[in-house]
Design a binder for this molecule. Structure first.
Ligand SMILES: CN(C)CCSCc1cc(N)cc2c(=O)[nH]c(N)nc12
Length: 374
């Protein structure tokens, strides 16, 4: 049985693509950046600010939500959208990645990954079937298969083992997902580390199974940017052109620009809010660290040409003061400024691809970053 396709490719410019993905909670314009609401909240932001910035879809983490408040509890409260009041599209990761990075005493077997909760130490088993059950209970529009992501650098044998296991788990996830409501989607995740042949084998194995979309995982895990881009170049051309491609956990504005140029449609990363909380603003001049004393007397805004109010109106001196004083508003304003920068970059990329001017946009954007902040 063929897998329904909810993605429409609207235009291409070189390998760059623009399209739209129709979900039960609304349409996602691509290339899309998905702000990360790990435990059901966007740290330091109201949902209205996320929506006003232009985000169509946000990301939740199965690992965190299944531990607290619990998937069954969220289902009983009407699902993740009603629980959080974000009434738009949501994607949930399967939890495997967080188990590897957050849980104590974790063990991977053919059956499942078992671990102790970092919250209360409870022993938990996350099988492919349970990962799908939890995401169906959460009610996310797009669910991810359970996979094993290997941090780089790693031995070839370990990358191959994890990739093969992830493929077998992909089949089990697909079977468990058959009872999903109409319109909901399941993405497979390409693994294979920094080994081209393993990337090819993983992509081909997932395509043979058939998914609504395909993620490229196992990157942004410590490898240099050139390795990440090289692995995108190995995997993306194999993936179906009529289905969305999602690069997991990426990244900086430059990572995203370069990945869009290589055919990626969807992204997620904690950087906009995490860097905001640490006083770093993303701007068309590149990152600006507001903790730096050089801003203490500077009345200028971060970017007086920006169409994002806080970026155009707040003085550097004020932002510097708030961050140095540890005022919560400092983290809130910089998170909002950064979400605005990311979403406006996605908006401008979509327009440039549709107009056939993506290469000019890419060169002009990189020149701005290279000029740096004056
Ligand atoms: C906030 N985000 C970082 C969390 C959602 S994306 C998490 C995530 C990030 C990265 N870099 C790789 C992988 C991966 O290979 N597999 C899975 N399932 N998730 C991944």
């Amino acid at each position: 049985m063929s897998v329904p396709n909810h993605f429409e490719l609207l235009g291409t410019d070189g390998a760059a693509r623009t399209g739209q993905l129709t979900t039960p909670h609304g349409v996602v314009r691509t290339p899309a950046f998905m702000p990360v609401g790990t435990a059901g909240a966007m740290k330091g932001l109201h949902w209205r600010e996320v929506r006003d910035a232009g985000a169509d879809i946000v990301l939740g983490n199965t690992y965190h939500l299944m531990l607290r408040p619990g998937a069954e509890r969220i289902a009983a409260l009407g699902g993740l959208q009603r629980f959080t009041t974000w009434n738009g599209p949501m994607l949930t990761d399967s939890g495997g990645f967080q188990v590897m990075s957050l849980a104590q005493l974790r063990k991977v077997s053919e059956k499942a990954v078992t671990f102790r909760s970092h919250i209360d130490g409870a022993a938990i088993e996350l099988s492919p079937e349970r990962a799908i059950e939890v995401q169906l209970l959460l009610g996310s529009d797009i669910a991810m298969q359970l996979d094993e992501c290997v941090r780089l650098p790693a031995e070839h044998a370990d990358i191959d083992r994890a990739m093969q296991l992830s493929l077998r788990w992909a089949e089990r996830c697909k079977r468990a997902f058959e009872r999903a409501p109409q319109g909901h989607m399941l993405f497979g995740i390409v693994q294979g580390g920094d080994v081209p042949e393993l990337r090819h084998a993983s992509a081909r194995g997932l395509i043979e199974l058939g998914f609504h979309g395909y993620a490229i995982g196992g990157l942004a895990v410590g490898e240099p940017q050139e390795v990440m881009l090289a692995m995108i170049e190995e995997a993306a051309p194999i993936l179906p052109t009529d289905r969305p491609r999602y690069l997991m956990g990426v990244g900086t504005p430059e990572d995203i620009l370069e990945a869009v140029a290589r055919g990626i449609d969807m992204f997620d990363c904690v950087m906009p809010t995490r860097n905001g909380r640490h006083g770093v603003a993303f701007t068309k001049f590149g990152p600006v660290n507001l903790r730096n004393a050089r801003h203490a007397d500077d009345p200028r805004p971060l970017d007086e040409t920006s169409d994002w109010p806080s970026t155009r109106n707040c003085s550097r001196a004020y932002l510097h003061h708030l961050i140095k004083s540890g005022e919560t508003l400092g983290a809130m304003l910089l998170s909002e400024i950064n979400i605005g920068y990311y979403q406006h970059m996605m908006r401008d990329m979509r327009a440039a691809i549709a107009a056939g001017t993506f290469e000019a946009f890419r060169a002009q954007t990189k020149q701005g970053w290279a000029r740096g902040d004056i």
